[in-house]
Design a binder for this molecule. Structure first.
Ligand code: P1T
Length: 381
C-alpha cells in the first residue's frame, strides 16, 4: 500500500459493532467485566482505549513499524523513552534540538543520574568520539529545530549497531511523508503529534513507533505505569488529521520552497536555513534521505539585530506569532525568546540560535498571500 493510501486506510478498520467509518470517540474511563478479568480487551482507559488504539495502529502503519503508542504530549513520549534507562547510562544527543527536549534531558533526567552528551551530528564522527561502554541511546532530531541541519540517519545507524546502542529519531519536522527512520534501521521513531500529524493546531500529543516486540512491551509498560496518555477525543482528532497528512505535506513543501527562495532573494535578508538549497551544508543528505524538503525554515535579517527580528514577527499578519508548528496555518516564532529560551544563551548561540533568528512554519494557504505578508512585514526594517 502506498503512503497516500496508508494515511487513510493503513491499519484502520470500520467499527466492528456499527460499521461506523470513523472510530467512535470512546469517552469512557473504564469497561464492564462479566467476571473479574473477563472483558472485551479493555479494562481501564489509561491501559487501553479503543479510540486511542485505533490511532496507535495508524501511527504504526505510517512509520512502517509494528507497534504505536500515543501520549499526552511529545515530551511525555520522550519521557517514556528516558525511563528505559538507569542512573549512569549515557545518551548522546543532537546539539541543536527543541528547547523543551533539552530542558527535559538536562533539568529533569540529569538529576536522576542520566548523562547527556550534546554533539554536532552533522559530522557523525563526533558521535563515535563520545561513545563509551555506558552509552545506551543516540538521540537524533533531523531536520533539527530550529537550524534545519540534516543528520545522516544511515550513518548514525552504523554507529549505533557497531556499539549496540539504541537509536531514536525525533521525526516531528519531517513526518513519515518525508522520511522513514525505522526503514533505515532506527529503533524508535518519536513525534510531537501536536505538529504535522495532528496538523490543525488543536491538540497536544506525542507518539512513539517501534518494530521490536520486546522494546514495544517495555514502552507499553511505561505508558501504563507512568500514565501520560492522551484522551479519546484528542485521539479522534489526530486520526482525522492523519487522513490528510500526505496532501498537507505536499502543499507545505511546495509553499516552503517558494517562501525560502523569496527570502533568499530579498535584499534585507541575511541567511536562510532551509535544506532544499543546494548550498545548504547537508543538502546532499537531505536529497538522499528525504522525499522533499518540508515547510520549516529559519532566517536572519541583515545586521543581525534582535530588534529587527522582533519588528518582523510583530508585523506579520498571516504568519501568526506563536509557539508550535506544523498546522495548516502559517506560524512564525522567535526561538531565542520562545521555543528555545530554556537553552542557555551561550549554548544556543553555538548552534546558531541567535537573538536575530526567526523561524517559520509555512502553512498551506495561498503562497502568494504568504509572500506578500513577508514583503509587507520586511518593509518595517
Ligand atoms: O510540545 P510537545 O507535543 O510536547 O512536543 C515537544 C517537541 C518535541 N520534538 C520537537 C522536534 C518539537 O518541535 C517539539 C515541540 N516543539 C514546539 C512546541 C516548537 O514550537 O518548536
Amino acid at each position: 500500500m502506498q503512503f497516500n493510501t496508508k494515511t487513510i486506510h493503513g491499519n484502520q478498520h470500520h467499527d466492528a459493532s456499527t460499521g461506523a467509518v470513523m472510530p467512535p470517540i470512546y469517552q469512557t474511563s473504564t469497561y464492564a467485566q462479566t467476571s473479574p478479568g473477563v472483558h472485551k480487551g479493555y479494562e481501564y482507559s489509561r491501559t487501553g482505549n479503543p479510540t486511542r488504539h485505533a490511532l496507535e495502529e495508524a501511527f504504526a502503519s505510517l512509520e512502517n513499524g509494528n507497534y504505536g503508542l500515543a501520549f499526552g504530549s511529545g515530551l511525555a513520549a520522550i519521557d517514556a523513552i528516558l525511563k528505559l534507562f538507569v542512573p549512569g547510562d549515557e545518551i548522546i544527543a543532537t546539539n541543536d534540538l527543541y528547547g523543551g527536549t533539552y530542558r527535559l534531558f538536562t533539568k529533569v533526567y540529569e538529576k536522576f543520574g542520566l548523562v547527556f552528551k550534546f554533539v554536532d551530528m552533522q559530522n557523525t564522527e563526533n558521535i563515535s568520539a563520545q561513545v563509551t561502554s555506558n552509552t545506551k541511546l543516540i538521540w537524533v532530531e533531523t531536520p533539527t529545530n530550529p537550524m534545519m541541519n540534516i543528520i545522516d540517519i544511515e550513518a548514525v545507524i552504523q554507529i549505533a549497531r557497531q556499539n549496540k546502542v539504541l537509536l531514536a529519531v525525533d521525526n516531528t519536522f519531517a513526518t513519515p511523508y518525508l522520511q522513514l527512520p525505522l526503514d533505515m534501521g532506527a529503533d524508535i521513531v518519536m513525534h510531537s503529534a501536536t505538529k504535522y500529524l495532528g496538523g490543525h493546531s488543536d491538540v497536544v500529543m506525542g507518539a512513539l513507533v517501534v518494530k521490536d516486540k520486546e522494546l514495544a512491551d517495555k514502552l507499553y509498560f511505561l505508558q501504563n505505569a507512568s500514565g501520560a496518555v492522551c484522551g479519546p477525543m484528542d485521539s479522534f482528532l489526530v486520526l482525522r488529521g492523519l487522513k490528510t497528512l500526505h496532501v498537507r505535506m505536499q502543499r507545505h513543501c511546495e509553499n516552503g520552497a517558494q517562501v525560502a527562495v523569496y527570502l533568499k532573494n530579498h535584499p534585507k535578508i541575511d541567511k536562510v536555513y532551509w535544506p532544499g538549497f543546494e548550498n545548504h551544508p547537508n543538502h546532499e543528505i537531505a536529497r538522499r534521505q528525504m522525499k522533499d524538503f518540508g515547510g520549516m525554515m529559519s532566517f536572519t535579517v541583515k545586521g543581525n539585530h534582535k530588534a529587527d527580528a522582533i519588528t518582523v514577527v510583530e508585523n506579520l499578519k498571516l504568519f501568526t506569532l506563536a509557539e508550535s508548528l506544523g498546522g495548516v496555518e502559517s506560524l512564525c516564532g522567535h526561538p531565542a525568546t520562545m521555543t528555545h529560551a530554556s537553552i542557555p544563551k551561550e549554548e544556543r548561540e553555538k548552534t546558531g540560535v541567535t537573538d536575530s533568528l526567526i523561524r517559520l512554519s509555512v502553512g498551506i494557504e495561498d503562497v502568494g498571500d504568504l509572500i506578500e505578508d513577508l514583503r509587507l512585514a520586511l518593509l518595517h526594517v
